[in-house]
Design a protein around this ligand. Structure first.
Ligand code: IPE
Ligand code: IPE
Ligand code: MG
Length: 156
């Protein structure tokens, strides 16, 4: 394989949604919808290229000054695309994917290892979790990184 330099972390300023829509005679909300769809595609492209981390700038403090209906539309899109994380949900999704692969014959149930689960977690490309810090006095994980926390130190 040819040697290529793949950036580890890329920052992306999401912009031009309004202009994209205007050019096509569409309302700005269509531009935001399209921008959100491309956001999802971009994540997949980055993964395929081996980029480990992508930080998106999707909404700024200044953007709160936009018309209320536009802000509401963007917030609805964010809600749709950035689904509330939950540790049990993360593991359930991995289980579902492995079940799908087993059902299609791609893998055998006996071939499923801790590693196969780990590869399907959101942290797959990241180094192991060393420490969890929680201020406020609560001493629990509240469904945060429950798989990854197996050997982490807890600091409350
Ligand atoms: C980026 O697109 C989305 C946000 C900043 C929320 P814009 O809405 O800024 O699109 P333009 O710049 O008007 O084209
Ligand atoms: C672009 O936002 C960056 C964000 C997606 C938050 P804007 O479109 O609001 O930025 P300006 O107004 O062109 O500086
Ligand atoms: Mg803009």
């Amino acid at each position: 394989m040819a040697e290529v330099n793949v950036p580890q972390h890329v920052g992306i300023i999401m912009d031009g949604n309004g202009r994209w829509a205007k050019k096509r005679g569409l309302p700005r909300s269509f531009g935001h919808k399209q921008g959100a769809a491309v956001f999802k595609k971009t994540i997949n492209w980055a993964r395929e290229l081996g980029v480990k981390c992508v930080t998106f700038y999707a909404f700024s403090t200044e953007n709160w000054k936009r018309p209320a209906d536009e802000v509401e539309g963007i917030m609805n899109l964010l809600r749709q695309y950035i689904k509330n994380y939950g540790g049990r949900d993360e593991i359930t999704r991995a289980a579902r994917e492995l079940a799908r692969e087993a059902a299609s014959g791609e893998i055998s149930p006996d071939g499923i290892t801790e590693d196969s689960i780990e590869k399907l977690l959101y942290t797959a490309e990241m180094p192991p979790l060393d420490m969890i810090i929680r201020p406020s006095g609560e001493q629990r994980l509240s469904n945060f990184l429950i798989w990854q926390a197996a050997y982490a130190e807890f600091v409350f």
